[in-house]
Design a protein around this ligand. Structure first.
Ligand SMILES: [Zn+2]
Ligand SMILES: [Zn+2]
Length: 246
């Protein structure tokens, strides 16, 4: 995974977007990570790269981190414990995918991540009875610089795959938070405390929601968003993330 190859492919994929599908006739699709040919089903990431991800097939409990093999609630924790679907462990490949998605403006990668997550969630669909998909919001200044919210792009694809409405208008940030990646666990909790609010409480009352983010580490952001959603009257809130840092 030489960086020059990744850079080359990023620029080529960016260029490809600009001229839509025209370049597909000139260049066959290549994997955005390793540069090897990728068939169109793989959508930018080749099968061998996907196969090297440490995937998490079952949802886990954000409180005790045990897998939830049957049902959708942790048998060991109380009803406030959050059930999390995660595509995989935040390892080399998933890190590259989510990093490219966030900073390389490779929006199509969100479709890959979202579609894979939707497949995991689909297995528990009957029990979850989801009414809407709600992405964790990004502050407007970050949105301005980046051009899109990666959590929202993943959420949109999950919604498309499962035919459930995606509602980025439900949550908003009341203030700008510091980057969580540089903070300790205690600092993360303090950083997000009171930072999120529900714009449309009437829309979530009694509803079963799927909260979506790109990465979770300590779970502070997910917990805070679930807290405000529940305070606004939401029913069950399940979470889905691209990767989990362990
Ligand atoms: Zn590859
Ligand atoms: Zn638990």
């Amino acid at each position: 995974m030489a960086s020059i190859t990744v850079l080359y492919n990023q620029s080529r994929l960016f260029m490809k977007r600009q001229v839509n599908d025209l370049l597909d006739f000139v260049y066959p699709p290549v994997c955005g990570l390793c540069g090897h040919p990728a068939d169109s089903d793989d959508r930018l990431v080749c099968r061998s790269c996907w196969n090297s991800i440490t995937t998490i097939e079952e949802p886990f409990c954000l409180n005790c981190r045990e897998f939830i093999e049957t049902g959708v609630s942790c048998p060991w924790c109380d009803e406030n414990a959050i059930t999390v679907f995660s595509l995989g462990i935040y390892d080399d490949v998933l890190r590259s995918i989510l990093h490219d998605l966030k900073f390389g403006c490779l929006k199509p990668l969100a479709e890959v991540v979202g579609a894979q997550l939707a497949a995991l969630i689909d297995d528990k669909r009957q029990s979850l009875k989801l009414d809407m998909i709600v992405p964790v919001p990004l502050h407007s200044s970050r949105l301005y610089h980046r051009g899109f919210n990666q959590a929202e792009e993943i959420a949109r694809e999950i919604g498309r795959c499962l035919d459930i409405p995606c509602r980025p208008d439900i949550l908003y940030l009341t203030r700008k938070t510091r980057r969580q990646s540089r903070l300790s666990a205690a600092q993360r909790e303090a950083n997000v405390r009171g930072a999120y609010a529900v714009a449309k409480p009437e829309a979530v009352k009694g509803r079963s929601l799927l909260l979506v983010d790109d990465i979770t580490t300590t779970g502070a952001t997910l917990r805070e968003n679930v807290r405000v959603l529940k305070a606004a009257g939401a029913g069950r809130v399940t979470a889905a993330v691209g990767a989990t840092v362990v």
